[in-house]
Write a protein that binds this ligand. Structure first.
Ligand SMILES: C[S@@+](CC[C@H](N)C(=O)[O-])C[C@H]1O[C@@H](n2cnc3c(N)ncnc32)[C@H](O)[C@@H]1O
Length: 232
């Protein structure tokens, strides 16, 4: 895949996700060997929110991460750029208030949320810095950010095996389950091109978030980054 394929415009990203929306969740389960469920559970724990808390689930896709929040009484707003992903989500969970919106121009007022989360979405947003500053704007002072995103395996021998899986096996596995090979070749390339844990923490700080920290899941295949909006 060429560099140009990674430099997608927002409407190209949206239409790519429109194309995979119908089989998105099953493909995820197969490709991650079911690990995505543990990653989502860890994200939920890191968010540490309860009934009545207002949470923005950005790049929410079909609402896979929003549903467990809503089920525990959290006032969750699932927001995404892809109408295809939102449509699948709305059919599955009509009770959720899905919102169409771009992470770089969020359709929410300042300080609207107690916490903001984004799972496997920040890597797909064309302007990461802009998205991180928008997330800061809509979070109340003292409120929390949790980013769950693919990252870089920390143990060198495992990293080699994993990167081989990404480049060689993953697009083939995905083509059997979803028939959308291009989107999953993009997935593999975008994971390899994404900043490592330390660099992403720096980008989150540069956007104005405080107390930024991260922890690795599955040996760094995924990292959970946290931050807090400064109180003043
Ligand atoms: C890999 S999916 C993740 C979906 C969901 N968060 C999950 O955990 O399953 C990435 C999502 O990011 C969305 N996305 C990409 N760029 C976006 C943007 N600028 N604003 C909002 N959503 C965006 C895509 O439409 C897609 O639904």
């Amino acid at each position: 895949m060429s560099r140009a394929s990674l430099d997608k415009q927002p409407h190209e990203v949206a239409s790519m996700f429109d194309g995979i929306a119908r089989r998105y969740d099953i493909t995820n389960d197969v490709m991650s060997l079911g690990q995505d469920r543990a990653w989502r559970a860890a994200t939920l724990r890191a968010l540490d929110v309860g009934p009545g808390d207002r949470v923005l689930d950005l790049a929410a896709g079909t609402g896979t991460s929003s549903a467990p929040l809503a089920d525990r009484g959290v006032l969750v707003a699932p927001c995404d750029l892809s109408l295809g992903m939102l449509g699948v989500g709305k059919r599955r969970r009509p009770d959720l208030g899905f919102v169409a919106g771009d992470a770089t121009r969020l359709p929410f007022a300042d300080a609207s949320f107690d916490a903001v989360t984004i799972s496997f979405g920040l890597r797909n947003v064309v302007d990461t810095h802009r998205a991180l500053t928008e997330m800061l704007r809509v979070t109340r002072p003292g409120g929390r950010l949790v980013v769950c995103e693919f990252s870089h395996a920390t143990w060198a021998p495992f990293r080699t095996v994993y990167e081989n899986y990404l480049v060689r096996a993953l697009p083939k596995v995905a083509s059997v389950v979803s028939k959308e090979t291009e989107a999953y070749t993009y997935l593999a390339e975008s994971i390899r091109a994404w900043p490592d844990q330390h660099e992403l923490a720096g980008r989150i700080r540069d956007a104005g978030w405080a107390d930024v920290a991260y922890r690795n899941l599955t040996g760094g295949v995924v990292a959970l980054h946290r931050g807090t909006r400064p109180s003043s």
